[in-house]
Write a protein that binds this ligand. Structure first.
Ligand code: ATP
Ligand code: MG
Length: 872
């Protein structure tokens, strides 16, 4: 059965059980500080399990793009080596939010696998949670009994906390799980070892395909468990593994999810899959990683040097490196796979089609630059080996190569062994641990349990209409981190504070207590669909009502910049073309930053046209029009632009200024005239095919222009208030050029004079014409002079010195004949003399120079030179 059909069949099965089919959420997470990427199907629904928001549908089914490359779930190192773990994979899921529980979850999973897909029951095993003493939990007999009605008891296995108790993190909703495993081995092998002995034992052909999680507890900060009032179902089935089962294969890579990619890799590189272990691993790594990287880029996460971007860069580099070492690929090729991938998966994930060009360009650039790094690293490794006196290379050196240059450690090890060297692996590990410890210590945070003061369903945001409100605190908790110390997070019943999101910074402001005290809100964020106000202390009487006041100045400036990003977006699309897509933005009170796809540097004319376009919209006094909570499809119909990688609900907010129409949750000015003026400060590249514009509006623009005009009037006054300032500066420049010319001519004359004078001062010492003199010329003039003097004789020893801008210069010229007959060397002599001017130098045997920071030492250096010639 084709994978596309199988995906559809799963969704339709649960649709027939009254589940709503929903789209996959983006793979890159935005409002969850504990995770960078979606790593399980439940991530997008976390706020329902936490009770922070109420789902519209209580039964949902989906396929979720997941990435397991960092944090609690990290399969990266396994990927390619085994045949059933991927970095990016799809997790099929069915969900109950306080609706059905264990019975339906188990019955339907079984029905789908054994009735609909007709997988042989003989090949399936199930596990249930055996209980845990420390947690005070009993065996999950409820699940056991439900399974007993469906399968033979010898197929129900017990699992411990590690395998059969699912937790989202250290804290939060959790519960026992029941897994379904499949045994894909031949009858022969099954006869040798029964399948039940291989469940959860990392056997590549006895693998887990589906995990049914029964969320019924909440893990508190002190580690204890409490029962949840509403119980939920969270299931996850690995789509690629299911394809393996249904297509009669024993490796995920032999299914139609991967074969087109593998064929293409074979075509490009000339390698063959299925013959040699090393090459097979490399091909699996590349076919897997291209998916992770392309999906992440399509959802807006570009490779970079920090955070989630760095994780993506490392995945891509792992692929490049496997190609480089095992497939002998010296030039970029991975980007070429995007085409196959987008054709193959574009129907289910259209972002792969619309973002194809961007993916290709970004991956291509990354490949080029990492291949260069590899080349440099190989050179560095060579010199490390050449300089090493022992056959073991220090861990610290290898770590430097790894940390500073991004050179992969396994490659270092491989190359060293090829050269007959060894790496001090332990030393390397120690360095790595030290670094990990450093960053862990810096990032460590701990949060206490929420203290609930009032029960409340959903914290309402009223900040579009109000910047002040009477609020009460519904819950709070303390968060301690090394970086920021002790902070408090407060949740209100309603709030005028805008939480950071959509590129816009969070509101700041204060809470006024009934007795007139104030507690400052230093930032506002959204976490798991809940607005969190961050303060450094707690108000005294937590139960009272407070006045919550947003800093309107900051808000107004931020709003002005946010509106400006919309106008800028419109300007870019109308001036540069419709290919321009927003790729990120940062809206601050002081400035705005807008990243967009475009393939070349903007010209001065384009930038001017963009600025003019936005300023024209400002002049048109366009008023703000919005429609809240309209269906997504209606907004798109009206011409709103949606962003890739953004998670939109069923209903959206539509924001319009004239012909600029966007889906946006941010705050805006009432009228574009409030922007006052728009000024582009900078335009640059952030990645291949992505440009960034930085700009300012309103107060910042005023300040900028005021400063510019102040500078201008200062310049005018320095120039004695000329009529035409430009002309005046131009004529200054002309004057300067002609003066420079004149000086050069004068220098030539001066040099002649000095030369004549010096010639008269030559002294005969032991048959050598000697001169040591301070001339105060620049380095070039001194060299000219020495060569002119030297050109006329062959028995010359000259040392010239000069004091220039507080520094000392020395030059030594020795006729070649003397160099030969006396064995003198100007280079060595100048080094010796250089000590007096606290400097160093060098050169050839007949001419050398030195520079130093101590002009006081010149006379001594000159005296010393004389002593050398006199043979003292
Ligand atoms: P395993 O023990 O095989 O790593 P898991 O216990 O980590 O699996 P869950 O977290 O329960 O898996 O995820 C649910 C399902 O997602 C699994 O049953 C499996 O089918 C699939 N799955 C998990 N991790 C991966 C992965 N790295 N690549 C492909 N599929 C995966
Ligand atoms: Mg796992």
């Amino acid at each position: 059965m084709k994978s596309t059909l199988l995906r559809r069949q799963f969704l339709e099965f649960f649709e027939s059980k009254s589940h709503a089919i929903v789209n996959s959420a983006p793979i890159v997470l935005k409002d969850d500080p504990t995770l960078m990427f979606t790593n399980a199907g439940m991530n997008p629904f976390k706020s329902y399990f936490l009770g922070n928001s109420t789902p519209k549908e209580t039964r949902v089914t989906d396929t979720q793009k997941c990435l397991r490359v960092s944090g609690k779930h990290n399969d990266l190192e396994e990927v390619g080596k085994d045949t059933y773990h991927h970095t990016m994979f799809e997790m099929l899921g069915n969900w109950s939010f306080g609706d059905y529980f264990k019975k339906e979850a188990i019955d339907w999973a079984w029905e789908f696998l054994t009735d609909v897909l007709e997988i042989s029951k003989d090949n399936l095993y199930v596990t249930i949670f055996e209980g845990d003493k420390a947690d005070g939990l009993q065996k999950d007999t409820e699940a056991y009994d439900l399974w007993k009605a469906l399968v033979n008891e010898d197929k129900i296995l017990l699992g411990d906390k590690k395998d059969n108790f699912w937790e989202m993190g250290d804290q939060g909703p959790c519960g026992p799980a029941s897994e379904i495993h499949v045994d894909l081995r031949s009858a022969e092998e099954k006869a040798k070892i029964p399948g039940k002995d291989l469940v959860n034992r990392d056997h590549p052909q006895v693998v887990e395909i589906w995990n049914l999680v029964f969320i019924q507890y909440n893990r508190k900060a002190d580690g204890s468990l409490e029962s949840l009032p509403a119980k939920h179902i969270d299931t996850g089935m690995g789509f690629e593994r299911l394809c393996m089962v249904m297509q009669g294969k024993t490796s995920n890579y032999d299914t139609d999810v991967f074969t087109p990619l593998i064929r293409e890799i074979e075509t490009i590189t000339g390698a063959t899959y299925g013959k040699t272990e090393d090459i097979d691993i490399a091909i699996r790594v590349i076919s897997d990683h291209i998916r992770a990287v392309a999906f992440a880029i399509a959802d807006g996460q570009l490779p970079s040097n920090t955070g989630a971007g760095y994780v993506i860069r490392r995945i891509l580099r792992r692929a490049i490196r496997y190609g480089f070492t095992f497939l002998d690929t010296q030039t970029p090729f991975i980007y070429k796979l995007v085409d196959v991938l987008s054709k193959q998966m574009g129907e289910a994930f259209p972002e792969l089609i619309s973002q194809k060009n961007l993916c290709e360009n970004v991956i291509h650039e990354e490949e080029k630059s990492f291949l260069k790094t590899l080349e440099q690293g190989l050179g560095l490794l060579d010199s490390i080996v050449n300089q090493s006196s022992s056959k073991t290379i220090s861990g610290q050196k290898a770590f430097e190569l790894y940390d500073t240059f991004g050179f992969p450690i396994d490659l270092t090890t491989l190359i060293l062994s090829e050269k007959g060297y060894k790496l001090d692996q332990k030393g390397f590990e120690e360095e790595l641990q030290k670094q990990k410890q450093r960053s862990k210590a810096a990032a460590q945070t701990s949060s206490s349990d929420w203290v609930v003061l009032k029960t409340d369903d959903q914290e309402e945001f009223i900040g579009y209409d109000y910047t002040e409100a009477n609020v009460s605190i519904t819950k709070y908790r303390k968060v301690t981190s090394k970086k920021e110390g002790e902070l408090y997070q407060l949740v209100f019943n309603l709030t005028p504070f805008y939480p950071e999101g959509g590129g816009q910074v969070g509101d700041k402001g204060y809470l006024e207590t009934p007795n007139g005290d104030t507690v400052f809100v230093i930032d506002t964020k959204k976490e798991n669909n809940q607005i969190i106000h961050i303060t450094k202390s707690l108000p005294k009487d937590l139960q009272k009502d407070f006045k919550a006041v947003v800093d309107v100045n900051q808000r107004q400036r931020t709003a002005s910049n946010h509106t400006a990003t919309h106008l800028l977006h419109q300007a870019l699309r109308s001036i540069l073309g419709k290919h321009v897509e927003q790729k990120g933005s940062m809206v601050h009170s002081g400035y705005l930053r807008f990243d967009f796809s475009h393939f070349s540097k903007l010209t001065q004319e384009e930038l001017q046209a963009i600025e003019n376009f936005v300023n024209a919209r400002i002049k048109e006094n366009l008023s703000f029009e919005e429609e809240r909570n309209i269906p997504y499809a209606v907004a798109i119909d009206k011409g709103a632009i949606a962003l890739f990688g953004e998670k939109y609900g069923d209903t959206v907010r539509f924001v319009k200024f004239g012909n600029s129409k966007e889906l946006c949750g941010g705050t805006h000015v009432e009228n574009t005239s409030q922007l006052w003026h728009f000024i582009i400060k900078n335009e640059a590249s952030v990645a291949s095919g992505i440009r960034r514009i930085e700009a300012i509006t309103s107060d910042a623009a005023k300040e900028f222009l005021t400063k510019e005009s102040e500078v201008l009037s200062q310049v005018k006054s320095i120039l004695n208030q000329p009529q035409d300032i430009l002309k005046s500066v131009e004529s200054l420049q002309e004057e300067n050029t002609s003066l420079k010319k004149e000086i050069e001519q004068l220098n030539v004359l001066k040099l002649k004079q000095v030369k004549t004078e010096l010639q008269s001062q030559l002294k005969d010492i032991n048959g050598i014409q000697f001169l040591a003199h301070q001339v105060n010329l620049d380095a070039n003039a001194m060299k000219d002079l020495a060569f002119q003097l030297g050109g006329e004789r062959n028995d010359l020893f000259v040392v010239l010195a000069s004091k220039q801008n507080g520094k000392a210069l020395l030059a030594c010229y020795i006729s070649k004949a003397l160099v030969e007959s006396k064995g003198w060397n100007a280079g060595k002599i100048i080094k010796y003399l250089g000590k007096h001017i606290q400097g160093g130098g060098g050169g050839q045997a007949f001419f050398a120079t030195a520079g130093g920071k101590n002009p006081e030492g010149i006379s001594q250096a000159l005296a010393e030179a004389k002593a050398i010639v006199e043979g003292k």
